[in-house]
Design a protein around this ligand. Structure first.
Ligand SMILES: [Zn+2]
Ligand SMILES: [Zn+2]
Length: 403
């Protein structure tokens, strides 16, 4: 594979990719509302020459899948991007700022789309040079926790016939153009929980006539801290966080209920089960201790992102070719989560990070913050990486078949 040529072709796409990324940034659509975004992607692919594009998932006109066939039959690899924005109002005064209040591309998925669309264009122009196929997955609703796009697409067969899948996430915490890769566990599972403690309301001066759910909630929060510190093996890792606590609203009334929500994250399915069980036991137990009744809702959200080792190594080798050894490093494990894991439950897959943080350009604000933005100079690097990696995966899979 001629890396210099791929890099060159990708670099020539810098301007249109930047323009596209900024257009998408101005027109964000939150999870399951990516209708215009989907239409835009479809028309770009059709213009390129793609045929048989499959639009929509769960009967909604959001998300799409497009296949590219090489010169001969062979393995099929999938490249996936997410396409949704977040329900956050953008701050700042970028010339291409979001035009929608309450919606912005605050996670970089605008950059992901621009990179994958241009990767599709580049690979299309090379389709007579490789064997096998590349499937492009433009997935809606990555951010939608309890109803995200990946499991819906997998259920509808997006991975049928696919031998390997790759995904990339831009990463503001890493300098522009640096690639972070990792074999094995890389992002945590996430589950959501909700607890309501029901007591008995009363006068703030007469606690003896009430059952106080606020004190119950306070004890619960403290007891919860022992799940990780005392029940999980210290060599494993996990986190429980409380995201919200609501109880009462005036100075002289003991309320009749306290409501809380939060999340649990870990990398290990056994630890995940253990944390859920401990969480339930402590909620019930603390409620009983303080004469309250607990109502619990527990929702399993995303599995952990666990990268296939040989694909991860191939990604590292590809990155070394594309960005050079000074720009490739092992990623730390992250307690954040990604629904890319649903693809990995079906076929071997790898998710990696591409740095897009540049202090001078103001692109180091954390993901999901109202000032988040992408350094557009990273786009050609992303295009080169995805293109080269797709070709390397196909080659490696072909070798595996013939040996
Ligand atoms: Zn996000
Ligand atoms: Zn994201």
């Amino acid at each position: 594979m001629d890396i210099a040529r791929i890099r060159d072709m990708a670099q020539k796409m810098a301007e249109p990719a930047t323009e596209m990324r900024r257009f998408l940034h101005t027109n964000p659509e939150p999870s399951w509302h990516e209708v215009e975004t989907t239409r835009f992607i479809a028309s770009e692919l059709e213009e390129t020459g793609f045929k048989g594009i499959k639009i929509g998932v769960e009967g909604k006109p959001v998300g799409l899948v497009a296949d590219l066939k090489g010169k001969e039959d062979g393995p099929l690899v999938a490249l996936r991007t997410d396409i949704d924005a977040l329900s956050i109002t953008e701050e700042g005064d970028l010339p291409y700022k979001s035009r929608r209040d309450g919606a912005s591309h605050a996670c970089g998925h605008d950059g992901h789309i621009a990179i994958l669309l241009h990767t599709a264009k580049l690979l299309y122009s090379m389709k007579d040079e490789f064997s096998g196929g590349v499937r492009f997955i433009f997935q809606p609703a990555e951010e939608k926790g309890d109803h995200s796009g990946a499991p819906a697409m997998v259920k509808e067969g997006v991975l049928d016939g696919v031998d390997a899948v790759a995904g990339m996430h831009l990463w503001a915490h890493v300098p522009t153009g640096r690639v972070q890769w990792r074999a094995g566990p890389v992002m945590a599972s996430v589950d959501g929980w909700e607890v309501k403690f029901f007591g008995q309301g009363g006068h703030g001066a007469m606690p003896q006539n009430a059952v106080d759910p606020t004190v119950t909630a306070a004890n619960f929060i403290l007891a919860l801290q022992t799940v990780v510190s005392r029940e999980v093996n210290p060599l494993e890792t996990g986190v429980i966080s409380v995201g919200k606590l609501v109880s009462g609203d005036v100075i002289n009334i003991i309320p009749d209920r306290a409501e809380m929500i939060g999340n649990i994250r870990t990398f290990n399915p056994t630890v995940r089960d253990k944390m859920e069980a401990a969480f339930r036991r402590i909620a019930e137990g603390v409620a009983a201790t303080y004469r309250c009744r607990a109502e619990i809702k527990y929702t399993t959200l995303y599995p952990p992102v666990i990268n296939d080792s040989s694909l991860a190594e191939l990604l590292r080798d590809t990155a070394l070719q594309v960005v050079g050894e000074n720009n490739v490093e092992e990623s730390p494990m992250l307690m954040a989560s990604e629904d890319f894991s649903f693809y990995q439950m079906k076929v071997p897959g790898v998710l990696f990070f591409l740095g897009s943080g540049d202090e001078a350009k103001g692109t180091t604000a954390p993901h999901h913050s109202p000032k988040f933005n992408v350094d557009d100079t990273v786009l050609p690097t992303g295009i080169s990486l995805m293109t080269a990696f797709a070709l390397n995966m196909l080659e490696k899979l072909r070798e595996g078949r013939s040996s």
